[in-house]
Every structure is written in structure tokens, then in C-alpha cells.
Design a protein around this ligand. Structure first.
Ligand SMILES: [Zn+2]
Ligand SMILES: [Zn+2]
Length: 130
């Protein structure tokens, strides 16, 4: 069981199995949200334990399409919690336990700020490989 929560503890969740992958996104959106390294959780493994009322959706203006959520009490980025996709991203920062996997790739490396140095050997993509 992998537990997760926001900074203030209002939102708590658990993953009943290890996430399928971990990747780091260097796009300006993820950077602003402070949520660059993400794990992809299987919908079936995700249980919200408390704090549904604190989960605020941020609907982006086009051309951006990904809905992001955050805790409206403390501002912690919660990725796409509440998504109906089979698998959805959660910032690894929210996890309280070891997700049992390590960073496997970097995407949008072309948007990476100069002050951020990639220090692992994970595969790099200039944009989104998908
Ligand atoms: Zn919070
Ligand atoms: Zn991104």
C-alpha cells in the first residue's frame, strides 16, 4: 500500500499497487505547478481516503488540455486525481511511501529551464513522445 497526501493533510489517498511508471515533465505548466516528476497510477488502484471537498479542479485555457487538481487549503498540486482515465498522473511529491519505481524518462526537455540539470540516465525526449 502506498499512501499519499497533500501538504496540510486534508486530502489523503492510497494506491493499492505500485504505479506503472514514473516520468519527469519539463514543460512550463508542470514547472509552474511544482509537479514535474509524476507517477502514473492505475485507476483501479486509487482510493481517495478523505478530502474530496478540498480537491479543486483547474481547467486550462486552450491550447492546454490537461485538467489539474490541487488542494484548495494548502495548494499542493495533485495532478489529475479525479480523472476518469484508466491511468492518470499524480505528482510523486504527494506520496508518503516509496512508489517502488524510479524515474524512467524526461519529456519536454526542450522546455527545460537552464537552471535545471538532469542528473539521471533516464531516456530524454525533446517533446512528448506520445
Ligand atoms: Zn492540503
Ligand atoms: Zn508537463
Amino acid at each position: 500500500m502506498i499512501k499519499g497526501s497533500c501538504c496540510c493533510g486534508a486530502v489523503k489517498f492510497e494506491l493499492t499497487s505500485a504505479p506503472s511508471m514514473m516520468g519527469t515533465c519539463h514543460c512550463s505548466r508542470c514547472r509552474k505547478l511544482g509537479a514535474s516528476t509524476l507517477v502514473f497510477a492505475d485507476q483501479k488502484s486509487f482510493n481517495l481516503l478523505q478530502g474530496q471537498e478540498f480537491i479543486q479542479k483547474y481547467e486550462p485555457a486552450p491550447p492546454f488540455s490537461y485538467v489539474r487538481t490541487f488542494c484548495k487549503k494548502c495548494g499542493t498540486a495533485l495532478g489529475e486525481i479525479g480523472s476518469e482515465s484508466e491511468s492518470f498522473p499524480i505528482p510523486v511529491n504527494c506520496l508518503d511511501d516509496d512508489p517502488e519505481i524510479r524515474n524512467q524518462f524526461h519529456v519536454f526537455v526542450s522546455s527545460k529551464p537552464v537552471w535545471y540539470e538532469i542528473c539521471d540516465a533516464a531516456q530524454q525526449f525533446q517533446e512528448n513522445p506520445a
